[in-house]
Ligand binder design. Structure first.
Ligand code: ZN
Length: 240
């Protein structure tokens, strides 16, 4: 019980968001009317994820006026995006993927999503768990010259993956779910998720950036390359 409470509080401190397991936040003081309250008071609704081919995935999404962020409509959008991402399950989601052409992204990575990766894969990817984050009007800048190449998939290109080279480290700035400015400098897998999601609000999909000869079904990639060092995977596709 004590551990559970610590977990919930940590998540709340990080993002003002509901607990990952969907349990209500501790009842101390009036709950702010934010993502947490909409997630816990209303029935869970997950939305269908738009698949590639839909024009909304190819638009440059609209900037959200700062004064709209605290509206019920936007708080609902944030909550539904997080629920939909978790249900998929995925580690990130952009508003256009649920048919809303706004510059909003959510991301979260949880230990239970990493159980199929071995130690080497987790280390190579610099994959670390982090609580839910919401960025409104994100602006991204790569830090340094280092790059990393790994398989990447997308909930909107269901069933496929491809190798994509991304900046190893980035800094993202934007507004949080309360309209406050926030900046996050991060490397490894969270940096990849950020680049993927910010691409979405610009109408770009990973298939536009992937090394095309590496395009594979997710099943094939899992069967042939799971647990292999990235150097071996690249060699299999005759890549340097
Ligand atoms: Zn995607």
């Amino acid at each position: 019980m004590r551990q559970r409470r610590t977990f919930v509080v940590l998540l709340l401190v990080t993002t003002g968001c509901a607990a990952a397991d969907g349990s209500p936040p501790p009842r101390s003081g009036p709950a702010p009317k934010t993502v947490a309250s909409s997630l816990t008071k209303e029935p869970r609704v997950t939305l269908p994820i738009v698949q590639t081919g839909a024009p909304v995935l190819r638009l440059r999404a609209a900037t959200v006026p700062a004064e709209r962020i605290k509206t019920h409509e936007m708080q609902e959008l944030f909550a539904k995006m997080i629920e939909t991402m978790r249900a998929a399950p995925g580690v990130g989601l952009a508003a256009p993927q649920i048919g809303v052409s706004l510059r909003v992204i959510v991301l979260e990575d949880r230990p239970e999503l990493m159980t199929k990766l071995d130690e080497l894969e987790i280390r190579e990817r610099e994959r670390v768990p982090f609580g839910p984050r919401i960025f409104v009007n994100p602006v991204l800048r790569p830090i340094g010259e280092a790059k990393a190449t790994f398989f990447e998939g997308c909930l909107s290109v269901s069933g496929f993956v491809g190798l994509v080279e991304r900046a190893a480290e980035v800094e993202v700035s934007g507004l949080d779910e309360n309209g406050a400015p926030q900046t996050w400098r991060v490397r490894g897998w969270p940096a990849r998720i950020l680049q993927h999601e910010v691409d979405h609000v610009d109408g770009t999909l990973y298939v536009d950036r992937m090394i095309t000869r590496s395009f594979a079904t997710a099943d094939q990639a899992r069967a042939l390359y799971a647990g292999k060092p990235i150097a071996d995977v690249k060699r299999a596709f005759d890549l340097p």
